[in-house]
Design a protein around this ligand. Structure first.
Ligand code: APR
Ligand code: PHB
Length: 401
């Protein structure tokens, strides 16, 4: 692209799942967008994140023509396994939620699909374009100043959607916000391994030494996590030590074998809960990680981002079509209602499954009581299942034609 566009209807900062899905939903309904992304294309297509899509996320991708590869390559999962006290317990989603399930489809693939669709339709994504300043949000013609290839440019627009993640400039540009935060006293060591998953469904394992999760990316690639201390260093974890510790934490009475294979990626991720309120000021709207972070135990990060932008796209469509600002005015409150529900679920899953660094025996017994209750009570299992597959997505019907 020789000359970058100088004006658009909705300027979107960030080409993560939030920004890309918003651009996709708006483009389908004839609303013009420009996506500014500070990183290059291959970086955003390779970033490893959780890969569980709620039913509502699957439905919106499918209904808007972005689900074709997901439907071929994604793995539909009808349940998860909880492991604790040497036993396995399955939570069945469809029977507890009126037929809903989740899709295991890596976030990298969702991002690749959305970038591919956008470029196929000649819609602008400016990679290596870093937004530097958002101005004019109290008026009706805000601007985003950004730097690309050493040169500064200005993009004028009607609305700025800051989908620029936790470290972006969107949140800092929204005056008068309140923030709420909890940092957990543990991190996740995550590995990608070239080995077929040793299970058909995800395993969330509680163990006195710490939590472990067995997930997957494909029938050939496993994704596994271990709870580690927040100051843990990757150098201390040889591949052999990782496999030993995983086998230890997944062990069940009667035996179960964890397949091992070459580890191709290793990283340590801190765990936090974070929310900023409100998510809108004037013509600036926040969506996704720019406004909230959840610990990954409930697999809600990408799904919350999808829910925010579905709501925002529906509100923008209504405004452009009819001039009615009602959806824009209620965006923040509507989005935050779902955000706090997901925050609560993610917090509960995290506190039920992770070992406290203090190894407090009272806490341990409470966790086991809650796990046992979830495994044996239809009411408790239904609550977990309903939250895991995701509550209905407001705005979806309005934005899907
Ligand atoms: N200018 C342009 N782009 C920026 C800027 C900036 N100043 N700051 C950040 N970005 C880009 C980042 O490089 C990143 O690609 O914004 C994007 C934000 O994407 P994500 O961090 O993936 O955030 P989001 O789209 O909200 O993701 C939703 O999926 O798994 C999760 O952790 C992920 O929970 C998150 C979710
Ligand atoms: C993953 O596949 O990376 C994953 C799955 C479920 C989670 C977190 C991460 O809760």
């Amino acid at each position: 692209m020789q000359n970058p566009p100088t004006r658009t209807q909705v300027a979107i900062i960030g080409a993560g799942p939030a920004g890309l899905l918003l651009a996709h939903l708006l483009h389908r309904r004839g609303i013009d967008t420009v996506v500014l992304e500070s990183r290059d294309r291959s970086y955003v297509e390779r970033r490893q994140r959780a890969g569980i899509l709620e039913q509502g996320t699957v439905d919106i991708l499918r209904a808007t023509g972005a689900g074709r590869r997901m439907d071929r390559q994604g793995l539909r999962h009808d349940g998860i396994e909880l492991r604790f006290g040497g036993e396995s317990h399955r939570i069945d989603f469809p029977s507890l939620t009126g037929g809903r399930s989740v899709m295991v489809y890596a976030q990298t693939e969702v991002v690749k699909d959305l970038i591919g669709l956008r470029l196929d339709e000649d819609q602008p994504i400016l990679f290596e374009a870093e937004a530097l300043e958002i101005s004019g949000i109290d008026g009706d013609s805000p601007q985003v100043r950004y730097r690309r290839r050493g040169q500064e440019h200005t993009l004028a627009c009607d609305v700025v959607a800051a989908c620029d993640g936790f470290h972006g400039i969107g949140r800092r540009s929204l005056p008068g916000a309140d923030t709420f935060e909890r940092v957990y006293p543990f991190s996740w060591l995550g590995v990608l391994a070239d080995v077929p998953p040793s299970c058909e469904e995800l395993i969330y394992a509680h163990h006195p030494e710490g939590f472990a999760l067995h997930s997957m990316r494909s029938p050939e690639v496993s994704r596994l996590y271990l709870q580690v201390s927040p100051d843990e260093r990757l150098e201390n974890w040889s591949d052999a030590r990782i496999w030993d510790e995983l086998a230890n934490r997944f062990a069940v009475d009667g035996g179960w074998e964890l397949g091992t294979g070459p580890i191709t990626d290793k990283s340590i991720t801190p765990m936090r809960s974070f929310v900023t309120e409100p998510m809108r000021h004037g013509r600036l709207f926040l969506a996704g990680d720019a406004a909230h972070i959840v610990p990954p135990t409930g697999a809600k990060g990408l799904n919350l981002a999808a829910a925010d932008v579905t709501l925002l796209a529906a509100a923008l469509l209504r405004w452009y079509r009819t001039g009615d600002e009602g959806g824009l005015d209620s965006y923040s409150a509507d989005a935050l209602r779902r955000v706090w529900r997901a925050e609560h679920f993610s917090y509960l899953m995290t506190s039920m499954l992770h070992a406290q660094p203090s190894r407090d025996p009272f806490e341990l017994r409470l966790q086991l009581a809650q796990l046992h209750y979830t495994a044996t009570s239809a009411a408790a299992a239904t609550s977990l299942a309903e939250n895991y597959v995701g509550l209905p997505l407001p705005g979806a019907e309005d934005i899907v034609e």
